[in-house]
Ligand binder design. Structure first.
Ligand SMILES: [Zn+2]
Length: 491
Protein backbone atom coordinates (compact mmCIF):
# COMPACT_ATOMS: atom_id res chain seq x y z
CA UNK A 1 0.00 0.00 0.00
CA UNK A 2 2.84 2.39 0.81
CA UNK A 3 4.50 1.96 -2.57
CA UNK A 4 1.14 2.49 -4.27
CA UNK A 5 0.69 5.77 -2.41
CA UNK A 6 4.10 7.05 -3.53
CA UNK A 7 3.22 6.38 -7.15
CA UNK A 8 0.07 8.50 -6.93
CA UNK A 9 1.04 12.13 -7.29
CA UNK A 10 -2.14 14.25 -7.44
CA UNK A 11 -4.30 15.10 -4.46
CA UNK A 12 -7.24 13.11 -5.72
CA UNK A 13 -5.04 10.06 -6.03
CA UNK A 14 -3.74 10.54 -2.55
CA UNK A 15 -7.23 10.73 -1.10
CA UNK A 16 -8.21 7.61 -3.06
CA UNK A 17 -5.13 5.77 -1.89
CA UNK A 18 -5.88 6.70 1.71
CA UNK A 19 -9.41 5.44 1.28
CA UNK A 20 -8.16 2.13 -0.11
CA UNK A 21 -5.63 1.96 2.65
CA UNK A 22 -8.28 2.52 5.31
CA UNK A 23 -10.51 -0.02 3.57
CA UNK A 24 -7.71 -2.55 3.63
CA UNK A 25 -6.79 -2.07 7.21
CA UNK A 26 -10.40 -2.57 8.23
CA UNK A 27 -10.38 -6.01 6.65
CA UNK A 28 -9.48 -8.72 9.07
CA UNK A 29 -6.15 -10.34 8.36
CA UNK A 30 -5.94 -14.09 8.32
CA UNK A 31 -2.79 -16.13 8.00
CA UNK A 32 -2.89 -19.52 6.40
CA UNK A 33 -1.06 -22.21 4.47
CA UNK A 34 -3.84 -23.13 2.02
CA UNK A 35 -6.93 -21.35 0.77
CA UNK A 36 -9.85 -22.64 -1.28
CA UNK A 37 -11.78 -19.83 -2.89
CA UNK A 38 -15.39 -19.72 -4.07
CA UNK A 39 -16.46 -23.16 -2.98
CA UNK A 40 -19.97 -24.40 -2.15
CA UNK A 41 -19.79 -26.09 1.23
CA UNK A 42 -22.00 -29.13 1.70
CA UNK A 43 -23.21 -28.72 5.24
CA UNK A 44 -23.56 -32.23 6.66
CA UNK A 45 -24.47 -30.88 10.08
CA UNK A 46 -27.35 -28.83 8.72
CA UNK A 47 -29.09 -29.90 5.56
CA UNK A 48 -27.40 -28.69 2.44
CA UNK A 49 -25.17 -26.36 0.49
CA UNK A 50 -23.88 -23.08 1.93
CA UNK A 51 -25.88 -20.02 0.88
CA UNK A 52 -23.20 -18.61 -1.41
CA UNK A 53 -19.71 -19.80 -2.34
CA UNK A 54 -17.20 -19.19 0.44
CA UNK A 55 -13.45 -19.21 0.95
CA UNK A 56 -11.92 -21.73 3.31
CA UNK A 57 -8.60 -20.81 4.90
CA UNK A 58 -6.51 -23.62 6.30
CA UNK A 59 -3.48 -23.20 8.51
CA UNK A 60 -1.30 -26.29 8.83
CA UNK A 61 -3.74 -29.10 9.59
CA UNK A 62 -6.81 -27.16 10.59
CA UNK A 63 -9.58 -25.03 9.16
CA UNK A 64 -8.70 -21.54 10.33
CA UNK A 65 -11.58 -19.56 8.88
CA UNK A 66 -14.54 -19.69 6.51
CA UNK A 67 -15.12 -16.26 4.95
CA UNK A 68 -16.88 -14.53 2.12
CA UNK A 69 -14.56 -13.91 -0.83
CA UNK A 70 -12.95 -10.48 -0.63
CA UNK A 71 -13.93 -9.86 2.97
CA UNK A 72 -10.49 -10.48 4.46
CA UNK A 73 -6.79 -10.03 3.83
CA UNK A 74 -4.40 -12.94 3.67
CA UNK A 75 -0.65 -13.50 3.48
CA UNK A 76 0.85 -13.49 -0.06
CA UNK A 77 2.58 -16.84 0.12
CA UNK A 78 -0.62 -18.79 0.80
CA UNK A 79 -1.28 -21.66 -1.63
CA UNK A 80 -4.62 -21.01 -3.35
CA UNK A 81 -7.04 -23.40 -5.02
CA UNK A 82 -9.66 -21.56 -7.04
CA UNK A 83 -12.75 -23.70 -6.74
CA UNK A 84 -14.96 -21.43 -8.87
CA UNK A 85 -18.28 -22.81 -7.70
CA UNK A 86 -17.19 -26.39 -7.18
CA UNK A 87 -18.47 -28.30 -4.14
CA UNK A 88 -16.66 -29.40 -1.01
CA UNK A 89 -17.60 -32.26 1.30
CA UNK A 90 -15.86 -33.44 4.47
CA UNK A 91 -13.44 -36.35 3.96
CA UNK A 92 -15.23 -39.69 3.58
CA UNK A 93 -14.93 -42.62 5.98
CA UNK A 94 -14.82 -46.32 5.28
CA UNK A 95 -16.16 -47.74 8.52
CA UNK A 96 -15.59 -51.35 7.55
CA UNK A 97 -12.18 -51.75 5.96
CA UNK A 98 -9.53 -54.47 6.01
CA UNK A 99 -6.29 -53.08 4.57
CA UNK A 100 -4.60 -56.06 6.21
CA UNK A 101 -7.24 -58.76 5.92
CA UNK A 102 -6.12 -61.94 7.72
CA UNK A 103 -8.05 -63.94 5.18
CA UNK A 104 -5.62 -62.87 2.47
CA UNK A 105 -2.40 -63.56 4.39
CA UNK A 106 -2.03 -66.87 2.59
CA UNK A 107 -1.34 -64.89 -0.60
CA UNK A 108 1.86 -63.59 1.09
CA UNK A 109 1.28 -59.85 0.77
CA UNK A 110 4.20 -57.54 1.52
CA UNK A 111 3.72 -54.66 3.94
CA UNK A 112 4.72 -52.12 1.27
CA UNK A 113 1.98 -53.44 -1.01
CA UNK A 114 -0.59 -52.95 1.74
CA UNK A 115 0.76 -49.44 2.37
CA UNK A 116 -0.45 -48.44 -1.09
CA UNK A 117 -4.02 -49.38 -0.18
CA UNK A 118 -3.96 -46.57 2.38
CA UNK A 119 -2.75 -44.10 -0.22
CA UNK A 120 -5.44 -45.25 -2.66
CA UNK A 121 -8.08 -44.57 0.00
CA UNK A 122 -6.99 -40.96 0.39
CA UNK A 123 -6.67 -40.36 -3.36
CA UNK A 124 -10.33 -41.34 -3.66
CA UNK A 125 -11.44 -39.01 -0.91
CA UNK A 126 -11.46 -41.45 2.00
CA UNK A 127 -9.65 -39.72 4.84
CA UNK A 128 -10.59 -42.07 7.67
CA UNK A 129 -11.15 -45.78 8.21
CA UNK A 130 -12.24 -48.21 10.86
CA UNK A 131 -9.90 -51.17 10.39
CA UNK A 132 -12.10 -54.14 11.23
CA UNK A 133 -9.33 -56.73 11.79
CA UNK A 134 -5.72 -57.22 10.90
CA UNK A 135 -2.28 -57.25 12.45
CA UNK A 136 -2.34 -54.71 15.27
CA UNK A 137 1.39 -53.94 15.04
CA UNK A 138 0.98 -53.06 11.37
CA UNK A 139 -2.01 -50.82 12.15
CA UNK A 140 0.04 -49.04 14.79
CA UNK A 141 2.93 -48.61 12.36
CA UNK A 142 0.49 -47.15 9.82
CA UNK A 143 -0.89 -44.67 12.32
CA UNK A 144 2.64 -43.45 13.07
CA UNK A 145 3.63 -43.23 9.39
CA UNK A 146 0.48 -41.35 8.42
CA UNK A 147 0.80 -38.86 11.27
CA UNK A 148 4.47 -38.22 10.56
CA UNK A 149 3.73 -37.67 6.86
CA UNK A 150 5.84 -40.66 5.81
CA UNK A 151 2.84 -42.31 4.18
CA UNK A 152 -0.24 -40.80 2.55
CA UNK A 153 -3.04 -42.52 4.43
CA UNK A 154 -6.28 -42.03 6.35
CA UNK A 155 -7.02 -41.70 10.07
CA UNK A 156 -7.16 -45.24 11.44
CA UNK A 157 -9.19 -46.81 14.24
CA UNK A 158 -8.12 -50.43 14.51
CA UNK A 159 -9.61 -53.58 16.02
CA UNK A 160 -6.48 -55.72 15.85
CA UNK A 161 -7.41 -59.41 15.89
CA UNK A 162 -10.92 -60.76 15.50
CA UNK A 163 -12.39 -62.18 18.71
CA UNK A 164 -13.89 -65.53 17.82
CA UNK A 165 -14.89 -68.83 19.40
CA UNK A 166 -12.51 -71.60 20.53
CA UNK A 167 -12.00 -72.70 16.92
CA UNK A 168 -11.75 -69.38 15.01
CA UNK A 169 -12.78 -69.01 11.38
CA UNK A 170 -9.70 -67.08 10.23
CA UNK A 171 -5.93 -66.86 10.86
CA UNK A 172 -4.74 -64.34 13.37
CA UNK A 173 -7.96 -64.36 15.43
CA UNK A 174 -8.09 -64.62 19.19
CA UNK A 175 -10.21 -67.61 20.20
CA UNK A 176 -11.90 -67.49 23.60
CA UNK A 177 -12.55 -70.84 25.28
CA UNK A 178 -15.08 -69.83 27.90
CA UNK A 179 -16.64 -66.90 29.75
CA UNK A 180 -13.98 -67.11 32.46
CA UNK A 181 -11.26 -66.23 29.92
CA UNK A 182 -12.98 -63.09 28.68
CA UNK A 183 -11.46 -60.65 31.12
CA UNK A 184 -7.87 -61.68 30.51
CA UNK A 185 -8.27 -61.55 26.70
CA UNK A 186 -9.97 -58.16 26.75
CA UNK A 187 -7.47 -56.63 29.18
CA UNK A 188 -4.51 -57.82 27.14
CA UNK A 189 -5.98 -56.53 23.84
CA UNK A 190 -6.62 -53.14 25.40
CA UNK A 191 -3.11 -52.97 26.84
CA UNK A 192 -1.73 -53.75 23.37
CA UNK A 193 -3.59 -50.72 22.05
CA UNK A 194 -6.73 -51.81 20.18
CA UNK A 195 -9.27 -49.03 19.64
CA UNK A 196 -12.29 -51.30 20.03
CA UNK A 197 -13.18 -54.99 20.24
CA UNK A 198 -14.35 -56.77 17.09
CA UNK A 199 -16.49 -59.79 17.84
CA UNK A 200 -16.97 -62.51 15.25
CA UNK A 201 -19.55 -65.04 14.10
CA UNK A 202 -18.36 -68.19 15.90
CA UNK A 203 -18.23 -66.61 19.34
CA UNK A 204 -20.56 -68.73 21.55
CA UNK A 205 -23.50 -66.81 22.98
CA UNK A 206 -22.49 -67.08 26.64
CA UNK A 207 -18.95 -65.86 25.88
CA UNK A 208 -20.23 -62.96 23.78
CA UNK A 209 -22.63 -61.86 26.51
CA UNK A 210 -19.91 -62.01 29.16
CA UNK A 211 -17.54 -60.06 26.89
CA UNK A 212 -20.18 -57.43 26.25
CA UNK A 213 -20.96 -57.19 29.96
CA UNK A 214 -17.31 -56.71 30.86
CA UNK A 215 -16.74 -54.20 28.05
CA UNK A 216 -19.74 -52.18 29.25
CA UNK A 217 -18.37 -52.27 32.78
CA UNK A 218 -15.05 -50.76 31.68
CA UNK A 219 -16.75 -48.58 29.02
CA UNK A 220 -14.89 -49.99 26.01
CA UNK A 221 -16.63 -50.26 22.62
CA UNK A 222 -17.58 -53.58 21.02
CA UNK A 223 -18.50 -53.84 17.35
CA UNK A 224 -18.74 -56.51 14.71
CA UNK A 225 -20.61 -59.56 13.54
CA UNK A 226 -23.62 -60.56 15.57
CA UNK A 227 -22.52 -64.11 16.52
CA UNK A 228 -24.57 -66.99 15.04
CA UNK A 229 -25.77 -67.80 18.56
CA UNK A 230 -27.16 -64.33 19.23
CA UNK A 231 -30.12 -62.35 17.89
CA UNK A 232 -29.43 -58.81 16.63
CA UNK A 233 -32.00 -57.58 19.18
CA UNK A 234 -30.10 -59.36 21.98
CA UNK A 235 -26.80 -57.82 20.90
CA UNK A 236 -28.45 -54.39 20.64
CA UNK A 237 -29.83 -54.72 24.16
CA UNK A 238 -26.54 -56.09 25.46
CA UNK A 239 -24.85 -52.89 24.25
CA UNK A 240 -22.99 -53.68 21.02
CA UNK A 241 -22.04 -50.37 19.44
CA UNK A 242 -22.31 -51.36 15.80
CA UNK A 243 -23.52 -54.38 13.87
CA UNK A 244 -22.23 -55.24 10.41
CA UNK A 245 -23.43 -56.62 7.06
CA UNK A 246 -27.12 -57.23 8.06
CA UNK A 247 -25.88 -60.43 9.71
CA UNK A 248 -28.44 -62.54 11.57
CA UNK A 249 -31.24 -60.07 10.82
CA UNK A 250 -33.19 -62.20 8.36
CA UNK A 251 -32.92 -65.12 10.77
CA UNK A 252 -34.43 -63.07 13.60
CA UNK A 253 -37.28 -61.55 11.60
CA UNK A 254 -38.34 -64.80 9.92
CA UNK A 255 -41.65 -66.36 10.95
CA UNK A 256 -39.55 -69.56 11.16
CA UNK A 257 -37.04 -67.90 13.45
CA UNK A 258 -37.16 -70.49 16.25
CA UNK A 259 -36.66 -73.45 13.91
CA UNK A 260 -33.89 -71.63 12.04
CA UNK A 261 -32.02 -70.88 15.24
CA UNK A 262 -31.80 -74.49 16.30
CA UNK A 263 -31.55 -75.68 12.69
CA UNK A 264 -34.70 -77.82 12.97
CA UNK A 265 -36.25 -77.00 9.63
CA UNK A 266 -37.71 -79.45 7.14
CA UNK A 267 -35.08 -79.46 4.39
CA UNK A 268 -37.24 -81.52 2.01
CA UNK A 269 -35.06 -82.77 -0.84
CA UNK A 270 -32.03 -80.69 0.14
CA UNK A 271 -29.35 -83.18 1.20
CA UNK A 272 -25.81 -81.78 0.83
CA UNK A 273 -24.42 -79.02 2.96
CA UNK A 274 -24.58 -76.63 0.02
CA UNK A 275 -28.19 -77.57 -0.83
CA UNK A 276 -29.15 -77.02 2.79
CA UNK A 277 -27.41 -73.64 2.76
CA UNK A 278 -29.46 -72.60 -0.29
CA UNK A 279 -32.67 -73.92 1.24
CA UNK A 280 -32.14 -72.19 4.58
CA UNK A 281 -31.30 -68.84 3.02
CA UNK A 282 -34.19 -69.04 0.56
CA UNK A 283 -36.52 -69.79 3.46
CA UNK A 284 -35.36 -66.62 5.20
CA UNK A 285 -36.04 -64.56 2.06
CA UNK A 286 -39.51 -66.07 1.82
CA UNK A 287 -40.60 -65.74 5.44
CA UNK A 288 -39.55 -62.38 6.82
CA UNK A 289 -42.19 -60.57 8.83
CA UNK A 290 -42.72 -56.83 8.39
CA UNK A 291 -43.88 -56.55 12.00
CA UNK A 292 -40.73 -58.21 13.29
CA UNK A 293 -38.57 -55.97 11.12
CA UNK A 294 -40.29 -52.89 12.47
CA UNK A 295 -39.87 -54.04 16.05
CA UNK A 296 -36.20 -54.88 15.58
CA UNK A 297 -35.26 -51.63 13.85
CA UNK A 298 -37.15 -49.54 16.39
CA UNK A 299 -35.23 -51.33 19.13
CA UNK A 300 -31.91 -50.66 17.35
CA UNK A 301 -32.77 -46.99 16.98
CA UNK A 302 -33.81 -46.75 20.63
CA UNK A 303 -30.59 -48.42 21.84
CA UNK A 304 -28.47 -46.30 19.48
CA UNK A 305 -27.15 -49.45 17.83
CA UNK A 306 -25.33 -48.39 14.67
CA UNK A 307 -25.37 -50.40 11.47
CA UNK A 308 -22.75 -50.77 8.74
CA UNK A 309 -24.60 -52.54 5.94
CA UNK A 310 -21.69 -52.88 3.45
CA UNK A 311 -24.41 -53.37 0.84
CA UNK A 312 -21.99 -52.66 -2.01
CA UNK A 313 -19.96 -55.68 -0.88
CA UNK A 314 -23.07 -57.89 -1.13
CA UNK A 315 -23.88 -56.38 -4.51
CA UNK A 316 -20.38 -56.88 -5.95
CA UNK A 317 -20.41 -60.48 -4.79
CA UNK A 318 -23.89 -61.28 -6.15
CA UNK A 319 -23.10 -59.70 -9.51
CA UNK A 320 -19.37 -60.49 -9.64
CA UNK A 321 -19.44 -62.02 -13.14
CA UNK A 322 -20.89 -58.88 -14.72
CA UNK A 323 -19.39 -56.27 -12.37
CA UNK A 324 -15.84 -57.48 -12.99
CA UNK A 325 -16.15 -56.48 -16.65
CA UNK A 326 -16.66 -52.85 -15.68
CA UNK A 327 -14.11 -52.95 -12.88
CA UNK A 328 -11.24 -54.61 -14.71
CA UNK A 329 -9.65 -51.26 -15.53
CA UNK A 330 -9.23 -50.61 -11.80
CA UNK A 331 -7.20 -53.78 -11.24
CA UNK A 332 -4.04 -51.98 -12.34
CA UNK A 333 -3.96 -50.10 -9.04
CA UNK A 334 -4.30 -53.26 -6.96
CA UNK A 335 -1.36 -55.07 -5.41
CA UNK A 336 -0.72 -58.33 -7.33
CA UNK A 337 -1.58 -60.50 -4.28
CA UNK A 338 -5.03 -58.93 -4.15
CA UNK A 339 -5.57 -59.30 -7.88
CA UNK A 340 -4.78 -62.99 -7.51
CA UNK A 341 -7.15 -63.38 -4.57
CA UNK A 342 -10.05 -61.65 -6.29
CA UNK A 343 -10.55 -64.58 -8.64
CA UNK A 344 -13.10 -67.34 -8.80
CA UNK A 345 -11.43 -70.51 -7.57
CA UNK A 346 -9.09 -68.58 -5.30
CA UNK A 347 -11.42 -66.44 -3.21
CA UNK A 348 -13.32 -67.80 -0.20
CA UNK A 349 -16.25 -65.54 -1.08
CA UNK A 350 -16.54 -66.83 -4.63
CA UNK A 351 -17.31 -70.51 -4.09
CA UNK A 352 -19.98 -72.77 -5.65
CA UNK A 353 -21.20 -70.13 -8.07
CA UNK A 354 -23.92 -72.07 -9.82
CA UNK A 355 -27.06 -70.34 -11.05
CA UNK A 356 -29.03 -71.24 -7.92
CA UNK A 357 -26.52 -69.51 -5.68
CA UNK A 358 -26.32 -66.44 -7.92
CA UNK A 359 -30.11 -66.10 -7.98
CA UNK A 360 -30.22 -66.41 -4.18
CA UNK A 361 -27.48 -63.82 -3.69
CA UNK A 362 -29.08 -61.39 -6.12
CA UNK A 363 -32.46 -61.74 -4.41
CA UNK A 364 -30.73 -61.24 -1.07
CA UNK A 365 -29.25 -57.90 -2.20
CA UNK A 366 -32.71 -56.73 -3.19
CA UNK A 367 -34.06 -57.58 0.25
CA UNK A 368 -31.04 -55.98 1.93
CA UNK A 369 -31.70 -52.80 -0.01
CA UNK A 370 -35.26 -52.75 1.35
CA UNK A 371 -33.98 -53.44 4.87
CA UNK A 372 -31.50 -50.58 4.54
CA UNK A 373 -34.26 -48.12 3.67
CA UNK A 374 -36.43 -49.41 6.53
CA UNK A 375 -33.49 -48.95 8.92
CA UNK A 376 -33.12 -45.39 7.67
CA UNK A 377 -36.82 -44.68 8.15
CA UNK A 378 -36.77 -46.21 11.64
CA UNK A 379 -33.87 -43.96 12.62
CA UNK A 380 -31.17 -46.64 12.96
CA UNK A 381 -27.89 -44.68 12.78
CA UNK A 382 -25.98 -45.72 9.65
CA UNK A 383 -22.33 -45.89 8.63
CA UNK A 384 -20.78 -46.41 5.20
CA UNK A 385 -18.44 -49.40 5.04
CA UNK A 386 -17.11 -51.54 2.22
CA UNK A 387 -15.34 -54.65 3.58
CA UNK A 388 -12.42 -53.53 1.44
CA UNK A 389 -9.64 -56.12 1.49
CA UNK A 390 -10.43 -59.74 0.80
CA UNK A 391 -13.91 -59.30 -0.63
CA UNK A 392 -13.79 -59.14 -4.43
CA UNK A 393 -14.32 -55.81 -6.20
CA UNK A 394 -14.41 -53.84 -2.95
CA UNK A 395 -11.80 -51.32 -4.11
CA UNK A 396 -10.03 -49.04 -1.67
CA UNK A 397 -11.82 -45.69 -1.73
CA UNK A 398 -14.04 -46.44 -4.71
CA UNK A 399 -15.90 -48.88 -2.47
CA UNK A 400 -17.22 -45.94 -0.46
CA UNK A 401 -18.46 -44.27 -3.67
CA UNK A 402 -20.23 -47.53 -4.53
CA UNK A 403 -21.72 -47.76 -1.04
CA UNK A 404 -23.04 -44.19 -1.25
CA UNK A 405 -24.60 -44.94 -4.63
CA UNK A 406 -26.35 -47.98 -3.16
CA UNK A 407 -27.59 -46.00 -0.16
CA UNK A 408 -29.25 -43.56 -2.54
CA UNK A 409 -30.60 -46.34 -4.76
CA UNK A 410 -32.22 -47.82 -1.64
CA UNK A 411 -34.15 -44.54 -1.23
CA UNK A 412 -31.98 -42.59 1.22
CA UNK A 413 -31.67 -38.88 0.33
CA UNK A 414 -28.21 -37.82 -0.87
CA UNK A 415 -27.55 -35.59 2.13
CA UNK A 416 -28.29 -38.41 4.58
CA UNK A 417 -26.12 -40.83 2.62
CA UNK A 418 -23.30 -38.29 2.85
CA UNK A 419 -23.86 -37.95 6.59
CA UNK A 420 -23.37 -41.72 6.94
CA UNK A 421 -19.92 -41.26 5.34
CA UNK A 422 -18.82 -38.08 7.13
CA UNK A 423 -20.37 -36.74 10.31
CA UNK A 424 -21.89 -40.05 11.47
CA UNK A 425 -18.53 -41.88 11.64
CA UNK A 426 -17.12 -38.96 13.63
CA UNK A 427 -20.03 -39.06 16.07
CA UNK A 428 -19.70 -42.84 16.31
CA UNK A 429 -15.97 -42.57 17.05
CA UNK A 430 -16.55 -39.62 19.40
CA UNK A 431 -14.23 -37.36 17.41
CA UNK A 432 -16.84 -35.00 15.97
CA UNK A 433 -15.20 -32.06 17.72
CA UNK A 434 -12.27 -32.59 15.32
CA UNK A 435 -13.61 -34.39 12.23
CA UNK A 436 -16.68 -34.99 10.11
CA UNK A 437 -17.72 -31.54 8.92
CA UNK A 438 -16.31 -28.35 7.47
CA UNK A 439 -16.23 -25.98 10.41
CA UNK A 440 -13.74 -23.61 11.98
CA UNK A 441 -11.12 -25.34 14.09
CA UNK A 442 -11.69 -28.82 12.72
CA UNK A 443 -8.98 -30.91 11.05
CA UNK A 444 -8.86 -30.00 7.34
CA UNK A 445 -9.94 -33.31 5.77
CA UNK A 446 -12.09 -32.59 2.74
CA UNK A 447 -12.84 -33.44 -0.85
CA UNK A 448 -13.54 -30.91 -3.60
CA UNK A 449 -15.98 -32.22 -6.20
CA UNK A 450 -16.64 -30.89 -9.68
CA UNK A 451 -20.39 -31.41 -9.40
CA UNK A 452 -23.02 -31.19 -6.68
CA UNK A 453 -23.36 -34.54 -4.84
CA UNK A 454 -26.82 -33.50 -3.63
CA UNK A 455 -28.02 -33.55 -7.26
CA UNK A 456 -26.33 -36.85 -8.05
CA UNK A 457 -24.41 -38.81 -5.45
CA UNK A 458 -22.08 -40.13 -8.15
CA UNK A 459 -20.47 -36.68 -8.07
CA UNK A 460 -18.28 -38.15 -5.28
CA UNK A 461 -16.44 -40.03 -8.03
CA UNK A 462 -15.48 -36.83 -9.87
CA UNK A 463 -12.81 -35.44 -7.55
CA UNK A 464 -11.04 -32.15 -8.22
CA UNK A 465 -8.87 -32.25 -5.13
CA UNK A 466 -8.43 -34.06 -1.84
CA UNK A 467 -7.21 -32.31 1.30
CA UNK A 468 -5.83 -34.52 4.07
CA UNK A 469 -4.84 -32.75 7.29
CA UNK A 470 -4.29 -29.56 5.31
CA UNK A 471 -2.17 -31.22 2.62
CA UNK A 472 -3.70 -30.78 -0.84
CA UNK A 473 -3.65 -33.39 -3.61
CA UNK A 474 -5.03 -31.80 -6.75
CA UNK A 475 -6.06 -33.67 -9.85
CA UNK A 476 -2.55 -33.53 -11.29
CA UNK A 477 -0.84 -34.95 -8.23
CA UNK A 478 -3.53 -37.59 -7.77
CA UNK A 479 -2.95 -38.71 -11.34
CA UNK A 480 0.79 -38.79 -10.80
CA UNK A 481 0.62 -40.85 -7.61
CA UNK A 482 -1.85 -43.26 -9.22
CA UNK A 483 0.53 -43.70 -12.13
CA UNK A 484 3.42 -44.50 -9.82
CA UNK A 485 1.30 -47.07 -7.98
CA UNK A 486 0.32 -48.64 -11.28
CA UNK A 487 3.98 -48.78 -12.28
CA UNK A 488 4.95 -50.39 -8.98
CA UNK A 489 2.28 -53.08 -9.36
CA UNK A 490 2.98 -53.88 -13.00
CA UNK A 491 3.65 -57.59 -13.32
ZN1 LIG B 1 -15.21 -57.47 7.49
Amino acid sequence: MVSQMIKLSNTYGLVLALAISIGCSSKKEITGSLRITGVNIIDVVGDGVSKSPMDIIIEDQRIKAIEESGSYAVNDNIETFEANGKYVIPGLWDMHAHPDDPEIWRMNPKDEEKDRLLTLLVLHGVTGIRDMAGDLQLAKRWKRMVLSGELIGPEIFAAGPLIDGPDPMWDGSVGINGPSNVRQVVDSLISEGVDFLKVYSLLPGDIYLELQRYANEIDFPVAGHVPYDIRPSEAAQAGIKSQEHFLEILKEVSTESDALRVDEIDYGNAKSRFEKYLFRNQLMLDTYSEDKIKMLFELMAKNNTWHTPTISMWHKNAWFESEIKEDTALYRYLPPYMRRYWQIGENDHLQNRDENLLKLKQDQVEVYSKLLFKMYLAGVPLLTGTDMGANPLCFPGIGVHNELEMFVKAGIPEIDALKAATINPSIFLEIDNEFGSIENGKIADMVILNQNPLDDINAVRDIASVIKRGEMYDKGSIREILKSIEQEFKQ
